[in-house]
Ligand binder design. Sequence first.
Ligand code: ADP
Ligand code: MG
Length: 701
Amino acid sequence: MSNPLLYDIKFLQGVGPARAQLLAKELNIHTFKDLLYTFPFRYVDKSRFYTIAEIESTSAYVLLKGKILSVSEVGEKKGRRLVALFSDGTAKIELVFFQGIKWLSTSLRLNTEYVVFGKPSIFNNTINMVHPELELASTYSQERQSAMVGIYSSSEKLRNSGITNKVFTKLVKNLLNYILPTLEETLPEYIIREHNLISLKDALLNIHTPTSAVALESARYRLKFEELFILQIRLLRQKSVRMNASQGILMPKVGEKFNAVYKKLPFDLTGAQKRVIKEIRSDIISGKQMNRLLQGDVGSGKTMVALLTSLLAVDNGYQSCIMAPTEVLANQHYKSISKMVEGTSVSVELLTGSTKVKERRRIHEALISGETDILIGTHALIEKDVVFKNFGFAVIDEQHRFGVEQRSRLWSKSERLPHVLVMTATPIPRTLAMTLYGDLDVSVIDELPPGRKAINTIHITDNRRVELFNFMRKEISLGRQVFVVYPLIKESEKMDYKNLEEGFDLIKSAFPPPQYCVAVVHGKQKPEDKDFDMQLFASGKANILVATSVIEVGVDVPNASVMVIESAERFGLSQLHQLRGRVGRGSEKSYCILVTGYKLSNEAKNRVELMCSTQDGFVLAEADLKMRGPGDMQGTQQSGLPIDLHISNLSKDTPILEKARGVAISVLEDDPSLILMKNKLIIRQLEDSDNNEILDFSKIS
Ligand code: ADP
Ligand code: MG
């Protein structure tokens, strides 16, 4: 039997081909199911009749019952309207109609009871209601009355084509009438019972046409719970499949190379670094494959953890790689790691896109012979011809910048699945991490190395650039260096480059040679030019580095003490925070200056104020999530989430998420393969959502 949920929406009573096309185009509604799961985004209260006397100018939609006292046509041309004076005995109100005047003037009845629904407003000192819904009281309330009326997303086109909220609601009602009687439950009966959920039918009925606020809440809860529960089941199953399938390489030994490097560290590890290294060590001696996400704010010392844990692998006879998203970063890792292993027998190599052929050949040989311990590089190190002797440990820095396919190629480098450590400087709020990376174990470095000074964050408007330049001159005269960053957003790339070029020219003329040296890096340069300018700045020769947001990913120039962010209103919080993290690494007092236009949207104002008030990456990430929603979390270059949440909101539904995760865990403990009859509905949902696959982070990272 065919499934009515999958019927083409054009077959629904009241739709037809023309409306179907509109619904598909405007709201992405193609099937009965699509409409069934298109929920109102807000509700208005129809649970009681208001009296006109209690209406205030600010009242939201209200329901009134009363009689029309008189009807008159007033105004000229466009202002022509029909005004019906309406009273419920407590006071009077004007009902105003600009359209359908002819028809209304003949059909409206005086001294007959009407039910009126609409939004009151004040005009010329009288309360009126423009285009209210109007119904004879005698025919009202025959149908099941919904106390709250759902307001659905709409569009100009839909409204112009007559699909008003009222019509849309009618379509939904037709659908509910048709589909609910035969609709099957989607959650196992025992879960519904144990967790006091309402049935799917009741939930759908009450999400569209709630009988009360309480009923609406239970409907929402049930639907959100289900969505998050199924998501967690899928994530947990992926994890257990991986855990069972993979034999983790055993790395029990703490050996000579680890100890040699550890002993010569110029500082003590922070408590958080030590804890994370212990967590990783317990993974690699567990016999299971490690798949761990390491979160740590910029400057928290993740590289050190990458190095030391790589050395654990090396001491057990395995090679390791550290993969960075850009050449600049790979170079920097190579430099700092080489320094840390100096004087020990650890062998480190660097392989990037610009490694010369001869050098490349030498590196390939050293790798295959097993001479190289740690290979550092960009995606060049996942090329086919890069062959290890005994690969066992992979570190991926700033993972979100790697494509899925690139990561899976890393797999083919070893016979057994290597242990994988993914490092990210984007602090991901717990809720999101649980969902996004439900399959990964998460470690957090929540402590910065001692002695870091707070970064003074200041907001200025762009008409104060003269002062800004003076400030920069002063800092430079003290021997410090300055970053100036311009946004680069894909959609407006051309404009952005223009801004950068103009900014660069302006800065060059304000900071002329020979007194000053200004470097510039951006995505359109040849790699040689970019490296040259980058080097100019990193070596301290250039006083100012003008850049697009490419520098975001982690250059370490301890002498840089000022970060100027131009058009700061165009950056997301996470990005601003990443950029700010480029300064404040040395012992000098550091500044982050957010330059914006004079007029800011409320949201932009909020972001700027937050940046000025806190330096805690997690606080900012939480706020970012709340403000922008998770799809945008990782900055403007990012695509959305790997998952598509329909009704739940990760920033607001944490308690439901945690509950759903707990239930998912206990269901799987009880029936790991979901073979029991009682869980058959769960399996069915997993199959249904297969074409809506979540990225499997265990296979790609
Ligand atoms: P991340 O990659 O997490 O942004 P890095 O690994 O680049 O941070 O470390 C930032 C700086 O802090 C580096 O210069 C590093 O040498 C230094 N550092 C790392 N760990 C410590 C520590 N425990 N104590 C002092 N300095 C440290
Ligand atoms: Mg780093």
